[in-house]
Design a protein around this ligand. Structure first.
Ligand code: GDP
Ligand code: MG
Length: 140
């Protein structure tokens, strides 16, 4: 499988509980490498833009509220099959459905406060990386 890059976020519900290191360790233990990372407190406009694909969903307001409620760690992860691998280690969107040992099973509070984001396909990975990082901020 090819070396890929994917976009990841440690969401405010997790940074508020001081889980940045614990979650990053789970990503690293799964074989992913952090090749870019920064801590941002996103604006409403940034959150709405990032999650524009969900703008007509009933949970959109709650999602934007949550994402602007504290700091987020935005990261680029690199590794073999990184996009799928990250989705696997994250676990299901709803932590009640997440497999044992996944980040969401271990750390998430609810479907709305589910601790992490990960790109779901090569196209969204490229788009999402570009939304938060310039080329010079990514150091492989
Ligand atoms: P993901 O790719 O697993 O993060 O899930 P989606 O792309 O479907 O949704 C994006 C984010 O919106 C999720 O991670 C949740 O934080 C939030 N979300 C999705 N569905 C719901 C829902 O039914 N209720 C609430 N409150 N939030 C949701
Ligand atoms: Mg998604």
């Amino acid at each position: 499988m090819a070396i890929e890059r994917t976009f990841s976020m440690i969401k405010p519900d997790a940074t508020k509980r001081n889980l940045t290191g614990a979650i990053t360790k789970m990503l690293e233990d799964a074989g992913l490498r952090v090749v870019a990372s920064k801590r941002v407190w996103m604006s409403r406009r940034e959150a709405e833009g990032f999650y524009a694909v969900h703008k007509d969903r009933p949970f959109f307001g709650e999602l934007v509220e949550g994402m602007t409620s504290g700091p987020t760690i935005v990261q680029v992860l690199e590794g073999e099959g990184a996009i799928l691998k990250n989705r696997e280690i994250m676990g299901a969107t709803n932590p009640s459905n997440a497999d044992e040992g996944t980040i969401r099973k271990v750390h998430a509070l609810s479907i709305g406060e589910n601790s992490v984001h990960g790109s779901d396909a090569p196209e969204t990975a490229a788009q999402e990386i570009k939304y938060w990082f310039s080329d010079t901020e990514i150091v492989g």
